[in-house]
Design a protein around this ligand. Structure first.
Ligand code: Q46
Ligand code: ZN
Ligand code: ZN
Length: 323
């Protein structure tokens, strides 16, 4: 197989694009496609400050790498969740630090959950949620900390390494349950829904997982291969496997599944009504938006307000029960 651009030996054959490329042309193609995605969905501009959520995996480190290559002001943020199983948090932190030390032009923010709030994610889950729904709790904490850092650092957007496989699997899950609220919000950009809050963007949403892995490998980016232990056996991995079977028989189907969905929404051929959410207001403790009166879910989890504090926070508010 030869590179379509220069005729050298190809290292990457992408049946979905009917395109084979050598190392240098693959890297060039990958970086350009990311830039086009950023522009296509109007994610951010050259002068905006971007915060990249890095986990130590191939997608987020590749994303940080590409954004820096493209000349964006992109800093990294790593959240140490304190997951000790197979040394997951420790190893992933080392990979992130290693990457950051090779890129002194960018800043790396490290948020250590246990050091800041006294408990790791698994400990929070054991203490408050009977050890269940660790990922839901983790998501709550990560969202809060990403928003906090983005506000404090004046970042315009939070960029995550979600790739096409992630997005297509999420779309399949949402369609199987016709979760119209999620379908209404699913897309490459999640706009800020509260003053001061950064928007969330996914510059790799048109990149296959295989493509981000190839980029990381060809660029020599050292990343953690293992998934988070809590992701093992998840439904999203099951959906990814299903979509991979489809892709094997019909290359490009994953991409067209996702892009046709976005296009149909854009053109108004399908409309999903967003669920009516109660109005947002600032949490009385941290200032982040919440629908609950008084304290947001994060502050209730972390600070466990007393009965008196809850009552004080509820004063004047009659609409929603404090849960
Ligand atoms: S990090 Fe956290 Fe994920 Fe691990 S505990 Fe679940 S949500 S799987 S992206
Ligand atoms: Zn070439
Ligand atoms: Zn709060």
């Amino acid at each position: 197989m030869r590179c379509r651009k220069c005729g050298k030996e190809a290292v990457m054959n992408m049946r979905q694009h009917k395109l084979a490329l050598c190392r240098d042309h693959y890297i060039e193609w990958f970086v350009e496609r990311t830039e086009k995605t950023i522009r296509l969905y109007k994610m951010f501009r050259r002068e905006d400050k971007i915060l990249v959520a890095v986990s130590g995996g191939k997608d987020s480190l590749s994303l940080w790498d590409v954004l820096l290559r493209l000349g964006y002001k992109a800093d990294g943020m790593y959240i140490n969740l304190g997951i000790e199983h197979q040394g997951y948090s420790q190893v992933s932190l080392e990979k992130v630090k290693q990457f950051a030390s090779a890129h002194p032009e960018a800043e790396l923010h490290i948020v250590d959950i246990k050091a800041l709030y006294g408990r790791s994610i698994p400990e929070f889950a054991r203490e408050s949620w009977r050890g269940q729904r660790v990922c839901a709790l983790c998501g709550l904490v990560k969202r809060h900390e990403m928003n906090r850092l983005a506000i404090e650092g004046g970042y315009y957007a939070i960029a995550t390494g979600h790739n096409l496989d992630d997005e297509a699997a999420a779309l399949l899950g949402n369609v199987l349950r016709w979760q119209t609220g999620y379908l209404a919000r699913q897309g490459p950009v999640l706009p800020s829904d509260y003053p001061g809050l950064a928007r969330k963007v996914k510059p790799f949403c048109r990149m296959y997982e295989r493509e981000t892995a190839a980029y990381a490998l060809l660029m020599g980016i050292d990343y953690i291969y293992d998934e988070c232990p809590y992701a093992v056996g998840s439904t999203s991995i099951f959906y990814k496997n299903l979509l991979n079977q489809l892709e094997r028989n019909s290359p490009g189907s994953k991409l067209s599944f996702y892009l046709s969905f976005l296009q149909a929404k854009e053109e108004g051929r399908v409309r999903f009504k967003e669920e009516e959410a109660p109005p947002l207001h600032a949490c009385q403790r941290c200032g982040q938006p919440t629908t609950a009166p008084g304290y947001c879910a994060f502050c209730r989890l972390v600070y466990k307000p007393s009965k008196e504090e809850v009552e004080a926070a509820l004063e004047g508010s009659t609409d929603v029960e404090f849960a």
